[in-house]
Ligand binder design. Sequence first.
Ligand code: 5AD
Ligand code: SF4
Length: 438
Amino acid sequence: MQTYYIVTMGCQMNENDSEKIAGMLEMEGYTKAANIENTDILVINTCSIRENANNRFFGNLGSFKTIKKEKPDMILAVCGCMMQQEEIVDIIRNKYRYVDIIFGTHNLYKFPQLLNERINGKKPVYEIIKDTSVIHEEIPIKHEYNHKAYVSITFGCDNFCTYCIVPYTRGREKSRTSENILNEVKSLANKGCKEIMLLGQNVNSYGKGLNEDIDFSKLLRRLNEIDGIQRIRFMTSHPKDLSDKMIDAIEECDKVCKNIHLPLQSGSNSILKAMNRKYTKEHYLSLIDKLRDKIPDITISTDIIVGFPSETEEDFMHTLDVVEKVKYDSAFTFIYSPRNGTIAAKMPYEISESTLKDRFDRLIKLQHGIMADLSEKYVGTVQEVLTDGFSKTDKNMLCGRTRSNKLVNFLGNSREGDIVNVLINNATPFHLKGEMLK
Ligand code: 5AD
Ligand code: SF4
């Protein structure tokens, strides 16, 4: 039997795309290889959000050459966000000729066809489509887990934050119809799925451009009615579009986890303006107040960029101030990385490496202290945990997530997909430990 192996870099959207690639390959009769060395088809799904993602890909391409030398018949396909950038495709065409297939984010659905062209032809197959308004609903999906699944609700992004490459690699924002989403979730529920994670670059603007009376809050309410589904998560929310209606829906829908990912990016109004984020520090903080007024136990996570062009010490202090005030349950912190083709990449840059490092370290230190305090509060409580399987760090323990999205390692005998109660007896900033209650 012919096999495939997929390496996925980047975000959940890419993971969902890889599940579609797996779905299409299984439909063609391929099965998943046990490891990368023994595969007939190797697919690399790339990410271009920051420079280090690009570097990692090119670093890996070297090692894939070795595998390809040992197994010349193996087909090496590269796809994903990086392939939507012409200069990257040019480099691969010229310098990495052992790559058999290149495709992008907009023609994912064509992979089986491109694969057949490569198998039946002598030349590599390269096909990139610029942008499309078509959503391909027919692509089969092979979900990684049975008990939880990603469900994309929008594709692309129209926000054009000045630092971000996504609007260029993923194209214009498009929403799936509510009927297609509801059907997918019902079918998942029928197969035993308990948790869904709704995905979109900006879920709050879901429904824009659709020919139906729908928005994200209505979608949440409809999904909340589906039997079998017990947890609904969603990401990412853009602060500029977080409406009262949506906060009400999060509060009122019992299956919707009281947890929101609300990227701050910066706490400084002048930097937010230069980033084209379309909200101020004050507005952002008022949203946090509103969320906590309505839903006191809501957990909040964020993304923060350090060292955007022209960021001063004073700007950075505003970021620390927001972090201090909000007390995020978790924060993804990034050093600004100029991306070719974005507006910010043309802005003059004068922040030194040492200043960057100093700011980044101070932010991390503050955030880790906050997370340590917040985690500590869980000790002695009983949490509902959806079991994911054995812990990756400690094979004697199981792991799973609370409704608040905290990672828990625990002793017990539950199986993947079981929802159990766990008594928390230990906490670190990043995860909790506990024992399953019988
Ligand atoms: N440099 C650093 N971080 C970035 N992000 C997006 N683009 C860049 C960039 N050029 C971060 C943002 C976004 C997250 C997914 O990645 O914080 O929310
Ligand atoms: Fe990028 Fe901004 Fe769109 Fe998020 S909202 S994907 S940061 S452009």
